[in-house]
Design a protein around this ligand. Sequence first.
Ligand code: PLP
Length: 386
Amino acid sequence: MRDFNAELEQRKLAGLYRIRRQIAGPQQPVLTANGKRLLSFCSNDYLGLANHPSNIEALRNALPETGLGGAASHLICGHHEAHHLLEERLAAFTGRSSALFFSTGYMANLGAISALAGRGDTVFSDQLNHASIIDGCSLSRATVRRYPHGDVASLAVMLAETPGHKLVVTDGVFSMDGDVAPLRELADVCRAHDALLVVDDAHGFGVLGPQGRGSVAELGLCEADVPVLVGTLGKAAGTSGAFVAGPVMLMDYLVQKARTYIYTTAMPPALALASCTSLELIEQGDDRRAHLHSLIERFRRDAAAFGYQLMPSRTPVQPIMIGGNQEALALSQALEACGLLVTAIRPPTVPEGEARLRVTLSAAHSHDDLECLLQALSDCRHLLGS
Ligand SMILES: *Cc1c(COP(=O)(O)O)cnc(C)c1O
């Protein structure tokens, strides 16, 4: 048998060992983690909706109507009218013809990519795409070609030399870097080479674009430009689940073929109704987004002034680049000693030598919260040398 324990010990030595903190109470900036009160800057609850009273009330009100369990898959008897309503709302919100509700974003990517590409086809995937996209590519059994991050010119060359069915897949906002993909250029090159474009907007949905409609809507790109749009509801929407949106025919195809849609129990329908309420909050959330963007601007200005290396990101994902795993852990621990929770992100989540602190900002943070983070970053700056 393989020496699993030796691998664990090896991970510890390399600074790659991962631990879980136990959180008590709701997700909000001030958390209890392992019994200690910490001010958190690592959640993806970008609009502060994970603990919003309207969403909680919507869930509570829905439960007597829908009951709790999903009970069966969508194709047996699990497709509740609550799920269907959410799909219609998501399609309208994203300006798509139809939408399909999945239980998680991980499953949405796995299901959509493996259904839309198969053996003999080629999938082109941005080098920094999320793990769920990478796994969806593997599961598809298509030939996978990774293109350099955001490099549309290289992608165009690769597309030109590849015959057959082609799928191009990208994060809309990159989950660990916070930058936005060159979506207009990607749409153009995909059209020119008859490739199907899939955009996973897990981190843009709710945050970017008019009324939070996402990174694709921000550029005014329609269904013809981005035929397959993936979004998640566990991040800015503060609930749970995910969706794929696009032409009716393609969504029908996914109902027939996407294994992570077919072979799993439907989410509790009451959660879908809570997500409908959350969509309304997102739509009416211009004040939250304005506040969030003022936090982002201030963080970037001050952290850069202290000499931290930031990434070209205008989104709530604001990594502080460190490099070494141990150095990233040391800074994270020093911040924790100051009462702050900012997790170190290490390989294989990010490339080797690119360990970082992934700071995420939320509309639930106050400027005083941000002041605490900035003060601690200033105090801990000496840990990194110059
Ligand atoms: C978080 C994330 C997912 C997975 O979504 P879940 O609903 O959490 O499973 C997919 N894609 C990207 C880019 C993500 O950041």
